[in-house]
Design a protein. Structure first.
Length: 165
């Protein structure tokens, strides 16, 4: 019994984000993950879910649609939910990709955030390390529209590439 528990513990996803599964031999690909039917398809124009209702966040562009493995770059527009005006004075908390099923982030790599235009921000380097459902969590600690937490729920159903891009 102890051996079985030890194998499960060492082979599962950990909370520390330091371990990565080994790549399969070249002749084996990891099968694409199944995405839940109730999860809307990723697309430009999709809205993030606002926890407080203060800010609306819309995906303007993404370099990979649908969501892909490893490095993803997004541009998101933030507007005041009440006035519709751009929100450009945002103080972000820890912005990260998060895999709720396995309870880990993108292996400790966090996107670089750059303001592009009034209310538009780029998030470069959203690191997706597994197939399955991911949340792109955007805590907004401060802004002219107030604090809020924005979440984009997306699914990586792509087969794992043979080489990182």
């Amino acid at each position: 019994m102890m051996l079985v528990l030890a194998l499960v513990w060492t082979n599962g996803c950990g909370d520390d984000g330091d371990s990565q599964p080994e790549d399969p031999p070249n002749d084996q690909m990891i099968a694409p993950a199944e995405c839940p039917d109730d999860l809307p398809e990723m697309r430009e124009g999709m809205l993030g879910v606002s926890e407080e209702g203060n800010i609306e966040a819309k995906l303007v562009t993404a370099d990979k649609i649908p969501l892909g493995w490893y490095h993803n770059d997004w541009v998101i527009e933030f507007t005041d939910a009440e006035s519709g005006e751009p929100v450009d004075d945002i103080m972000f908390g820890l912005v990260r990709p998060w895999m709720p099923l396995h309870r880990h982030d993108g292996n400790g790599q966090f996107p670089e955030i750059t303001e592009l235009d009034a209310g538009e921000w780029s998030f470069d380097g959203i690191n997706i390390t597994m197939g399955g459902v991911w949340e792109f969590q955007i805590p907004i600690d401060e802004s002219s529209a107030g604090a809020d937490n924005i979440v984009f729920r997306v699914c990586n159903s792509q087969p794992k590439p043979e080489a990182r891009d």
